[in-house]
Design a protein around this ligand. Structure first.
Ligand code: ATP
Ligand code: MG
Length: 376
C-alpha cells in the first residue's frame, strides 16, 4: 500500500497542508514541538479512524477551530482510493463522517481498509506496561486483517458491559440471578471464538517475531510469545492452538463457578478481556528481566512481525509510521532497518536530525517548522 497524497485541515497545529509522496521512504525532520508526531498521527487517524495517543478526538481539532478534515489518497493492489474523514459541529453536536471514494462508510468498513503500523517510543509499554496494552496490540493487529475478529470483539465487549451491569443490579437486589444464564452463554461462545482466532494467528506471528528477532540481534536472542489465559482462582494457563479443549464449556463452567464472586465485585473477572501475553527472550520473561535496550528491540521486532503478518494475510505490506525511533537505534541497526524497508514498505519517519537517515534509493525529505511542511 502506498499513500500518494495527504491533505489536512485544522488537524492539531496544521491549518491547511497538502502533501504529495512520490517516494517510498519519507523523512520528516525538524526541532521539537513543530508537528512531526502530529503528522504521523494524522495519517494514522486517516487510516484507522482513531489516534494512537489519545482517546479524546476533540484534542485533534486545531485550537480555536470547530472541526477538522483529513484526506488520504493511496494505492492498493486493487486500485487507487481516496479516504476522507471529517469531524465537525452541527447544532452543537459533534459529527464524524468517513468517506471512501466519495461514498459514506461505517467505522467498521473503514478500519483495516488502508493498513498502517505505527512504532513510537511509547510502544515500549507493550513490553513494560499492563496486560491491557498487550491485548490492545494483539487485537488491533488482528482486527486489521480479519473483519470477523473486529465484529466478534465489538459483540464481546457489548455483552460484557451488559453482564457487568447486570452483576451490579443483582448485587443491589434489583434483578434476579437467573438472568445471568443468557449472558454467560453468549459470552462463553464469543470468548471461545475470539480465543481460538487469537491462538491460531499467534502461532504464525510468534514464528515471524522469532525470525525478525534473530535478524535484529544477530541470532543471539530467541524471542517467543506465550498466551496466558486467566482462569479461576488467580491461575494462568499457558495455552496454544494445539489445545483441543472445549472452550465454550470451559468458559461456561468457569463463569458458573465464579458467579458469587463476580456478583460481589460487580464485574466479570475472567474472559478474553483478562488474558495476557508473555514475551520471552531466550526463555526468560522480557518484562521482568530484559534490559531497556532489549525491550526496545523486542517492541520493534513485534511491530516488524506485524508488518510481515499483514503481508502474509493480505498480500501487501501496510504503510509503516516510525515516530522518533531512529535516534534510539545505533547506526548499524538503523542502516539494517532502512535496507530492509527500502523499496518494499512505504515508510514515514520522523527525526530531529536529518543526517540520521542516509539517502537510499527512494528517499524524500520534508522539513517541519511550526505546522508548515516543505519538501527539502
Ligand atoms: P518532538 O520532536 O518533541 O516529538 P514534534 O515535532 O513531534 O516534537 P508534535 O507532537 O507533532 O511535535 O507537535 C506538538 C505541537 O503541536 C505542540 O506545540 C502543541 O502545542 C501543538 N498542538 C497539539 N495539539 C494541538 C491542537 N489541537 N491545536 C493546535 N496545536 C496543537
Ligand atoms: Mg514527536
Amino acid at each position: 500500500m502506498k499513500i500518494t497524497n495527504l491533505k489536512l485541515i485544522n488537524f492539531r497545529n496544521y491549518t491547511l497542508t497538502e502533501l504529495a509522496f512520490p517516494a517510498m521512504i519519507n523523512v520528516f525532520f525538524g526541532a521539537n514541538a513543530h508537528g512531526k508526531t502530529n503528522l504521523l498521527e494524522s495519517i494514522y487517524y486517516g487510516a484507522l479512524g482513531l489516534s494512537h495517543r489519545t482517546s479524546n478526538e476533540d484534542e485533534l481539532v486545531r485550537f480555536r477551530s470547530e472541526g477538522l478534515a483529513v484526506q488520504v489518497r493511496f494505492e492498493r493492489e486493487d486500485a487507487p482510493h481516496n479516504l476522507q474523514l471529517k469531524r465537525y459541529l452541527e447544532q452543537e453536536k459533534v459529527k464524524k463522517i468517513i468517506l471512501l471514494d466519495e461514498k459514506k462508510i461505517s467505522a467498521r468498513e473503514h478500519y483495516g481498509f488502508l493498513k498502517v503500523i505505527l512504532f513510537s517510543p511509547e510502544d515500549l509499554a507493550i513490553i513494560k506496561g499492563d496486560p491491557a496494552q498487550r491485548r490492545r496490540f494483539l487485537d488491533m493487529g488482528l482486527a486489521q486483517t480479519d473483519p470477523v475478529y473486529y465484529d466478534l470483539l465489538v459483540q464481546y465487549n457489548r455483552n460484557l458491559r451488559q453482564r457487568n451491569k447486570l452483576l451490579k443490579n443483582i448485587r443491589e437486589k434489583s434483578a434476579p440471578e437467573n438472568l445471568l444464564t443468557t449472558w454467560d452463554e453468549n459470552i462463553s461462545v464469543l470468548a471461545a471464538k475470539i480465543l481460538q482466532k487469537r491462538l491460531m494467528n499467534l502461532a504464525g506471528f510468534t514464528a515471524l517475531t522469532g525470525e525478525i528477532g534473530k535478524a535484529l540481534t544477530g541470532s543471539q536472542e530467541q524471542l517467543a510469545i506465550t498466551y496466558n489465559l486467566k482462569a479461576n482462582n488467580g491461575v494462568f494457563l499457558q495455552v496454544d492452538a494445539g489445545d483441543t479443549r472445549d472452550w465454550i464449556e470451559f468458559y461456561k463452567t468457569s463463569l458458573r463457578e465464579r458467579r458469587f464472586k463476580d456478583i460481589l465485585m460487580g464485574y466479570t473477572g475472567i474472559g478474553i478481556h483478562r488474558d495476557d501475553l508473555l514475551f520471552s527472550i531466550n526463555g526468560y520473561d522480557s518484562k521482568a528481566f530484559g534490559s531497556q535496550g532489549q525491550k526496545r528491540s523486542y517492541a520493534l521486532a513485534l511491530k516488524l512481525a506485524q508488518l510481515e503478518f499483514i503481508k502474509q494475510q493480505c498480500g501487501e505490506y501496510p504503510v509503516l509510521l516510525l515516530d522518533d525511533v531512529m535516534s534510539e537505534l545505533d547506526e548499524a541497526r538503523r542502516t539494517q532497518l532502512l535496507h530492509f524497508l527500502d523499496g518494499r514498505v512505504q515508510t514515514f519517519i520522523t527525526v530531529n536530525d536529518r543526517s540520521l537517515i542516509p539517502s537510499l534509493a527512494e528517499t524524500a525529505y520534508f522539513k517541519v517548522c511550526e505546522g508548515v511542511i516543505k519538501k527539502d
